[in-house]
Design a protein around this ligand. Structure first.
Ligand SMILES: [Mg+2]
Length: 456
């Protein structure tokens, strides 16, 4: 192709949108529910028509993002790394990483839109043309391996090539003799369901009950002293056998939500289910317990996985250095966003560890994670929770619909995340009470200031 032939092509590339003069002017958020989780969507507005989309981690507080506003106003959003370093001291593990990470995603979206390139290209380009999604699966009612197997098989029939299910002590809680624990603890767990305490009810009675749930379900694994009996292990093993009898052995099946049991019971369980070839065992222990992870990983040949609650690359380092994990599983909206998660993946690769990505939010988080997944070599699969939420795709205008199609996500080549617009009408139909307006102003945070330096 000579220059004359190339000219129309070159003219079709947008190289002007004033990135040097771009400035952040405002941040707004909206809180939606049942996506299937509660999700907080962010938009960063600028002195141009460009708007950047981000998202705070599922089930978190918008405050983790809004409190950062006064550190960002007037700044050029294209300076993603500089701004990330300014705000990263205000993130932490679990949901507290959600504000910094959500803002980081929106900054990348703006930088991509300003320069006219997709985010994966700014990260170094593609390792793959489509992103493998793994589908989480729940079954209503009494735990039943046959029913779970059928539900997973339906996912596979839709094209999913990697699946996940839960297997743990909640399956045993209502069966006599399946668990042992200090007397009274199991009865308390049977009477208080943590899933019922996500509402914004402000009555004293509700708040006190929620505090009771907090105290009960925040006893870490080593300290509950809950043990699975041989009867309990038999039930869990049969569940696994029933699932595999339906879905076969070729499809990778990851397992999550074992409940708060100590390492000895984790090892016993892993030995019982090893022959059913799980793809990984997820979050069996609190991720902070590095030495216990090493012991667990050495006690089983099933890949051990954790990471969805770890903030920043340095948080992952002890587990990788010690050989405590075989699969690392960051959530972009806790780990520190798009670039930090790529760094986590690249570091894991040096230790011979593969990276799956945890994700349970709206299309914003999903597509953001897909950009990192596309640009990181040791990526395995990205989580997808919203297969059964009919309006999930309608939240955004996007080149490819459905966004997850036959078990894969194909990124568009459009700038930034590639999300053209959010659909305010769909958002308005799913607002979390008591929010009234579609987008919430953060003006209350404009004047917030503190002396942020971490040394004197
Ligand atoms: Mg998990």
């Amino acid at each position: 192709m000579n220059y004359k032939e190339m000219e129309p092509l070159l003219q079709s590339i947008n190289t002007f949108s004033g990135p040097t003069d771009l400035r952040i002017t405002d941040i707004k958020y909206t809180h939606i529910t049942k996506a299937p989780m509660d999700c907080i969507l962010l938009k960063i507005e600028t002195n141009s028509e460009l708007v950047g989309y981000g998202e705070v981690r599922d089930w978190a507080s918008p405050t983790f993002a809004t409190m950062l506003k006064s550190r960002l106003i007037g700044e050029n959003p294209c300076n993603v790394d500089k701004l990330f370093r300014r705000i990263k001291q205000f993130g932490f593990h679990g949901r507290q990483g959600g504000g910094v990470s959500g803002i980081e995603v929106a900054l990348w979206d703006l930088a991509g839109k300003a320069y006219g390139v997709p985010i994966y290209q700014m990260l170094g380009g593609k390792f793959r043309d489509k992103v493998r999604m793994y589908c989480d699966t729940d079954v209503e009612g009494k735990p039943d391996g046959i029913a779970m197997g059928k539900a997973l098989k339906m996912r596979m029939d839709q094209g999913f090539s990697f699946v996940k299910m839960d297997l743990g002590i909640t399956h045993l809680l209502h069966t006599d003799g399946a668990l042992s624990a200090p007397l009274g603890l199991l009865d308390a767990m049977r009477s208080l369901d943590p899933d019922e305490y996500h509402e914004t009810d402000t009555s004293l009675e509700y708040i006190q009950k929620r505090s009771k749930v907090y105290d009960l379900y925040n006893i870490a694994h080593p300290f509950t002293n809950i043990h699975v009996t041989e009867k309990g292990f038999d039930i869990l093993e049969q569940y696994m056998a029933d699932v595999r009898s339906i879905i076969g052995y070729e499809v990778p099946l990851a397992i999550d939500h074992f409940g708060h049991i100590g390492i000895d019971d984790c090892i016993k369980l892993s030995r019982r289910i090893e022959k059913y070839n799980p793809a990984w065992l997820e979050d069996m222990l609190p991720w902070q317990l590095t030495d216990q992870y090493v012991r667990l990983n050495q006690a089983t040949t099933i890949p051990i996985c954790t990471g969805e609650d770890i903030y920043l690359k340095e948080g992952f380092k002890p587990l990788l250095e010690s050989g405590g994990v075989s699969v690392i599983h960051p959530d972009l909206l806790t780990a520190g966003g798009i670039l930090e998660t790529k760094k986590v993946g690249d570091m894991a690769q040096d230790y011979g560890v593969t990276m799956a990505i945890h994700m349970a939010e709206s299309p914003i988080a999903c597509i953001a994670a897909a950009h990192t997944a596309t640009a990181t070599e040791n990526f395995l699969a990205l989580e997808y929770h919203s297969n059964d939420v009919p309006w999930w795709n309608d939240l955004v205008e996007y080149a490819h619909k459905p966004i997850v199609d036959k078990g894969y996500l194909i990124l568009s080549d459009e700038p930034g995340l590639g999300i053209r617009k959010l659909n305010d009408e769909v958002i308005a139909d799913h607002l979390k009470k008591p929010q009234q307006s579609v987008w919430v102003s953060t003006d209350a945070w404009d004047a917030d200031w503190s002396h942020d330096r971490l040394w004197s």
